[in-house]
Ligand binder design. Structure first.
Ligand code: PLP
Length: 389
């Protein structure tokens, strides 16, 4: 059976190059990067080289602005908790949005229990944070604004540059969860008003369990993980050297591939969307094609349960999801789609297609052959469907 993987926002297949970069550090080159002897120094050089590659990929002003973590979740935790704790004396108000990943939302809920006040901005019908609301939510106690760059479920892109400008005028820290934007959108962090940004290697064809937090020089942050003086005193723990080396190589390739890959993915994504809408009635695009990541399409199939579409496609070798990998299986309608005002029944029938580096036109043609009969069959069984009237 043909296998088609369209769940690249959940994770990507690690590239051969990233694996090759990791291998020495899982076998012969095993020193501790903190050791002063030759074994340690060799590994320290590898960590520093990877840091330089990630910094270059992000367009950071220096490699010291990149701190390695265990992934996007830890980076989000570190940014939010780190700033909230460091600036406690100055203010206790945080602004975020109601379409964030749970790695941000659940940290905000935790910080509320610690006495922080959190404003959850509402997204508009297209899933974009409203700038007017953002401006009016700012108060003198506001210390941090955390708005995701691009949404993992819908691919919707927020106006991060504009938010940076608003925040800069007010002297408030700005964090963005850039886990999904990385490798899909071009940017240079040094030219943007962003103080902190979260990244994850496994979303850019690197290994799982490693990520980074960009911390602009001078940003005050209390460390989350305490211990030794690793990562310039900002994140204790012996470095995951192999993972870091793989991340460095993945970042290097992502930078080289970005323009061509995004153009190819956008073309295939549009081909998929046109194919779906011309073959299947009663669909809804969640988001606006003009403001979407090039690889992502979130489509609602009215009258259906997303889970049954996912399972039926899975039986045909096609991997898609109903939304975030962290919440799938809960049968809860997506908080992101609900925040966009999508009817809960329509939200239940929404599917995320996330294309990747290996996706081909033949893969999309296969999906366009297989999906319409599945939707037809499921609708015929659906109590909600009476010919769509
Ligand atoms: N933030 C966003 C937007 C994500 O999509 C993800 C992963 O799905 C994360 C954070 C968490 O990243 P990680 O899996 O590296 O912890």
């Amino acid at each position: 059976m043909r296998k088609v993987y369209l769940d690249n926002n959940a994770t990507t297949k690690m590239s051969k190059e990233a694996l090759e970069a990791m291998m020495p550090y899982m076998t012969d080159v095993y020193g501790n990067a903190s050791s002063v002897h030759a074994f340690g120094r060799e590994v320290r050089l590898a960590v520093d080289a990877a840091r330089a590659k990630v910094a270059d990929f992000l367009g950071a002003a220096s490699k010291e602005e990149v701190i390695f973590t265990s992934g996007g979740t830890e980076s989000d935790n570190m940014a939010l908790r780190g700033v909230a704790h460091a600036l406690r004396g100055r203010g206790n108000h945080i602004i975020t949005s109601n379409v964030e990943h749970h790695a941000v939302l659940n940290v905000c809920k935790y910080l509320e229990k610690e006495g922080c006040q959190v404003t959850y901005l509402e997204a508009d019908r297209n899933g974009i944070v409203k700038l007017d609301e953002l401006k009016s939510a700012i108060k003198k106690e506001t210390v941090l604004i955390s708005i995701m760059w691009a949404n993992n479920e819908t691919g919707v892109i927020n106006p991060i540059r504009e938010i940076g400008l608003i925040v800069k005028e007010k002297g408030i820290y700005f964090h963005t969860d850039a886990v999904q934007a990385a490798g899909k959108l071009p940017f240079e962090l040094k030219n943007m008003n962003i103080d902190l940004a979260s990244f994850s290697a496994h979303k850019i064809y690197g290994p799982k369990g490693v990520g980074a937090l960009y911390i602009r020089k001078g940003t005050k942050l209390t460390p989350l993980v305490l211990g030794g003086h690793h990562e310039m005193g900002k994140r204790a723990g012996t470095e995951n050297v192999a993972g870091i080396a793989g991340f460095g190589r993945a970042a290097e390739l992502a930078k080289i591939e970005l323009a061509a890959e995004s153009a190819k993915l956008a073309e295939l994504r549009d081909y998929l969307y046109t194919g779906i809408t011309s073959r299947i009635e009663h669909t809804r695009l969640n988001g606006d094609l003009k403001e979407l990541l090039p690889n992502t399409l979130n489509v609602g199939f009215r009258y259906l349960e997303g889970e049954s579409i996912v399972l039926n496609l899975d039986m045909e070798g096609i991997a898609v999801s109903t939304g975030s990998a962290c919440t799938s299986g809960t049968l809860e309608p997506s908080h992101v789609l609900r925040a966009m005002g999508v009817d809960p029944v329509d939200a239940q029938g929404s599917i995320r297609f996330s294309l990747g580096r290996d996706t081909s036109k033949e893969d999309i043609d296969y999906v366009l052959d297989v999906l319409p009969p599945i939707v037809k069959r499921l609708r015929e069984m659906s109590p909600l469907y009476e010919g769509g009237k």
